[in-house]
Design a protein around this ligand. Structure first.
Ligand code: ADP
Length: 248
């Protein structure tokens, strides 16, 4: 299968007045249509830097990111960043408004997503009236409203308590697969990555290189929560944990 995105030998330095700091040493990987790819690595190793380069917020110091010309990439940040003075619906329409692509049809699509994914009853509520999980789902639908080809998710569940994080990871998985999106998820949470992904890339400590890649194969009917209680879950966990080489 042809890849939808190729990352070739990315290197990134951050500069301050006094020094230069290498954040990424050598990062290469491919992303295939329809897959959920997770990038895991210790805190501070350069995961968010990779996402920022992929969506064009940062430029790399060297190396290339290659993807088809018409591809749309959307970035969902760690915090849900919902505007407190706008309703759920208006928050989800914001990207369309900013990009001048709000039409009757695109609004209908957003309302359809909100109805399908359990927010139909709270269209006119404000973010403060929602649970953490609902807020995160709302942020995901706001991202999907622009019909991106690739979704970038940065620690999408880390602001939530454990139970909400399990529930929203099920939702994220269901939505991404049902809407046939490609997703790149950055996380330090190995169980989350195993429960959601088709493939996992493990990064070294800072400055980051790709240390190993795992194809994750579970029965496609399994939900992320069901994956967690499957015996092979632990074997993936042990391998990835060993690769992370974290000193306790
Ligand atoms: P991760 O997402 O894996 O936690 P980051 O990509 O946020 O890691 O950061 C990688 C390294 O680059 C860290 O050491 C961090 O302190 C540093 N860094 C990140 N952003 C900047 C910046 N704007 N200026 C200088 N250093 C930065």
């Amino acid at each position: 299968m042809d890849s939808i995105l190729e990352v070739c030998h990315l290197k990134k330095y951050y500069h301050s007045k006094k020094k230069e700091m290498m954040a990424l040493k050598d990062i290469s990987f491919s992303v295939y249509p329809g897959e959920i790819l997770s990038i895991v690595g210790p805190s501070g190793c350069g995961k968010s830097t990779i996402l920022s380069i992929l969506c064009g917020l940062l430029s790399s110091s060297s190396g290339r990111v290659e993807y088809p010309v018409n591809i749309k990439i959307a970035y969902m940040l760690q915090e849900d960043c919902l505007l407190p003075f706008k309703t759920v619906l208006d928050n989800c329409l914001l990207g369309l408004q900013i990009t001048h692509s709000l039409t009757d049809e695109s609004k209908k699509y957003v309302i359809h997503l909100l109805n399908t994914y359990g927010l139909g009853d709270v269209l006119h509520h404000y973010p403060s009236q929602l649970s953490g999980g609902m807020r995160q789902r709302c942020a995901l639908i706001r991202t999907l409203a622009l019909k991106p080809d690739i979704l970038l998710l940065d620690e999408a569940t880390s602001a939530l308590d454990y139970q909400s994080s399990l529930i929203i990871s099920n939702d994220i998985y269901k939505i991404i697969k049902k809407e046939k999106k490609t997703a790149i998820i950055v996380t330090h949470d190995i169980p989350l990555a195993i429960s959601l992904s088709d493939r996992i890339i493990v990064l070294s400590k800072h400055p980051a290189t790709v240390k190993s890649t795992y194809s994750i194969s579970f029965d496609s009917s399994m939900t992320p929560v069901e994956r967690r209680s499957n015996p092979i879950f632990t074997s993936y966990y042990e391998k990835i944990w060993r690769d992370l080489d974290v000193t306790i």
